[in-house]
Design a protein around this ligand. Structure first.
Ligand SMILES: Nc1ncnc2c1ncn2[C@@H]1O[C@H](COP(=O)(O)OP(=O)(O)OP(=O)(O)O)[C@@H](O)[C@H]1O
Ligand SMILES: O=P(O)(O)OC[C@H]1O[C@H](OP(=O)(O)OP(=O)(O)O)[C@H](O)[C@@H]1O
Ligand SMILES: O=C(O)c1cccnc1
Ligand SMILES: [Mg+2]
Length: 550
């Protein structure tokens, strides 16, 4: 809990201002104002209806940005002038009202960022003057939608890759614009990636940076003669090798005449060798080579090994290779065999474990296929499919009015999944005997909360026959106060990004495995209390006109 009031910084993206919203929020705000309704106290739920990517879970992202947004919510004078120009029929008093608005009278309750969340359960409850909260709809939904979608995508990639693999996010060039790129790097880290290639995201969020080199670097070299400064000090600084190029060439010849490698390769590409040697001279402590520019088996790997063994003579340990095309399962296995042979032949301890990074249009499916085939990849670099959320473009979060002036409101629809759950609610996660979450349950605000060891009826919100008794072994209240407004509640602190990431990984770990599997996962149950069920259906009948048959 926060003890002293602290200054909350603005949003990461300075483009997120009170006018980053849809026009209709302003027209509605005006109509509320005209009707003298703008101060009425409204409660909105922000939730989604279906988990993405054919899965049964979602990871909540974007909360911190929402809080940073409202903490600094204030119209600028030129925004007011612009609004005046696009809403010429509106009375001047409305713009004076807008000028005075901030979010000091808004309250926000939310599930902690990085939590595993489920359809229909509010991720955020936003309460405040109806006109103000209405203006928040679009930016909030915008800030949560992609953040949660891409966090979930990253979590799914982590799930398939397995805990032991290193996951690198390489998506900046393919992301949907600069904001997409920055957000992707931030939230992929939360979802379980280890590092990003995005330097700005590294600086902004403290995410570890990682990278290799590109084909351009390899193909920019023509021959070893280009290397002028051939000197390299040993790792401990005790010796100097005057001609590192010569040492590399000597190792390549040795490899060529090694019986156990006979027939694997002959002459390698010398321009590639020049590129690798130059890279090693620049980064002897973290030499990594992209080995697929010419021919992985006949050139890239032997060239890499010659440079790595020359570095080894000087006490350096090469990092590894990157494969960016071809059959990644096969090539990684061949590379591993080559490394293991070298470890044995030349007694270089640990050489067999040289890291193999794979990239090239990877996604959940390819990772799954690689696992099924067997492979030797240690680390994946993933870009396009990850950051663009190629298999599902949007999460579909919504922001619905559930109460005004203490009066519950409902939104009806022919499609039952689109009927909103009325009332200001409390939400609980009930845990079973094995320690897994069993069900999320919503109750009315003033109902007694579920208690550990006490049997409680959980009902599907819309399907009469779906109900179950639960005796929870643990009860967790999901929504906490992140913005108390004028209430005297304590404000929950905004944790640093690595804590949000820890929460995400810990929560995913805690889920029952059948909810997490990729094929036909078991739906997680989301329910309401008996009392809330009855009230939803009472209100439904009350609001739905009775048809007349003729
Ligand atoms: N063993 C494998 N099993 C399944 N999919 C794989 C395997 N190895 C690679 N892939 C995937 O197959 C696709 C190969 O794509 P493509 O044929 O366009 O690339 P490439 O010809 O190998 O390389 P590039 O065209 O980039 O030089 C990539 O999406 C890659 O992730
Ligand atoms: O494949 P992704 O998952 O998007 O990962 C990032 C890709 O970006 C880089 O090359 P780029 O795609 O720019 O060129 P390439 O297609 O010729 O490899 C890198 O070599 C990867 O292939
Ligand atoms: O560092 C890399 O290897 C990298 C970075 C971005 C895109 N592709 C590869
Ligand atoms: Mg590519």
């Amino acid at each position: 809990m926060a003890t002293a009031p602290e200054v909350i910084r603005g949003t990461t993206n300075p483009m997120v201002t009170p006018i980053l919203t849809d026009l209709y929020q302003f027209t509605m705000a005006y109509a509320y104002w005209k009707a003298r309704k703008h101060h009425e106290r409204a409660v909105f739920d922000l939730y989604f209806r279906k988990s993405p990517f054919g899965g049964e879970y979602t990871v909540f992202g974007g909360l911190e940005e929402c809080i940073r947004f409202i903490a600094n919510f204030k119209f600028k004078e030129d925004d007011i002038s612009y609004l005046r120009s696009v809403m010429p029929t509106c009375e001047g008093g409305f713009f004076d009202y807008l000028r005075g608005i901030d979010c000091s009278d808004v309250e926000i309750y939310a599930i902690p960022e990085g939590s595993v969340v489920f359809p229909k359960v509010p991720l955020m409850i936003v309460e405040g003057p109806v006109a103000v909260v209405q203006l928040l709809e679009t930016p909030f939904v915008n800030l949560v939608n992609y953040a949660s979608l891409v966090t979930t995508n990253a979590a799914r990639h982590r799930f398939v890759a397995g805990k032991s693999k290193t996951l690198l996010e390489f998506g900046l060039r393919r992301a949907q614009g600069p904001d997409g790129g920055i957000s992707a790097s931030k939230y992929c880290y939360v979802g379980g990636f280890d590092a990003t290639s995005n330097v700005a995201a590294g600086k902004l969020f403290g995410i570890p940076l990682r990278g290799t080199h590109s084909h351009a670097f390899v193909s920019s070299f023509m021959s070893l003669d280009e290397i002028v400064d051939k000197e390299l000090k040993s790792c401990d600084g005790s010796r100097v090798c005057n001609d590192f190029v010569n040492l590399v060439q000597a190792w390549l010849r040795k490899l060529q005449f090694t019986d156990s490698l006979h027939g694997v390769f002959g002459e390698t590409n010398q321009s590639e060798l020049a590129a690798f040697t130059s890279y090693a001279l620049a980064f002897p402590k973290e030499f990594l080579a992209l080995v697929d520019t010419y021919d992985v088996i006949r050139s890239g790997i032997p060239n890499f090994c010659a440079v790595a063994l020359a570095l080894n003579d000087l006490g350096y340990k090469a990092s590894g290779i990157r494969l960016d095309s071809g059959d990644l399962a096969y090539l990684s296995i061949q590379a591993r065999k080559f490394f293991c042979t070298i470890e044995k032949e030349f007694i270089v301890s640990g050489f067999g474990r040289t890291l193999i990074t794979a990239s090239n249009d990877l996604n959940e499916e390819t990772l799954d296929h690689l696992n099924k085939q067997g492979h030797e990849v240690d680390s994946y670099g993933i870009g396009t499919y990850l950051v663009t959320c190629y298999s599902q473009a949007a999460l579909g979060c919504v922001f619905k009015l559930v109460e005004i002036n203490n009066q519950p409101r409902i939104k009806l629809s022919e499609d039952v999944t689109k009927v909103s759950i009325p009332c200001k609610k409390r939400c609980f996660r009930l845990y079973g005997r094995e320690g897994y979450p069993l069900v999320d349950m919503m109750t009315g605000e003033n109902e007694p909360p579920p208690k550990v060891g006490e049997r409680i009826l959980c009902r599907h919100p819309f399907s009469e026959s779906k109900r179950a008794y639960v005796v929870p072994q643990q009860v967790e209240e999901l929504l906490k106060c992140y913005w108390p407004g004028k209430s005297h509640k304590l404000r929950e602190e905004l944790p640093p990004l690595n804590k949000i990431r820890d929460r995400c990984l810990q929560q995913l770990e805690q889920m029952r495995p059948d909810h997490m599997r990729r094929l036909n996962p078991t739906p997680y149950k989301v329910s309401v209390s008996g009392k809330l069920y009855d009230f939803i259906h009472f209100l439904w009948l009350n609001e739905a006109p009775v048809g007349e048959l003729q």
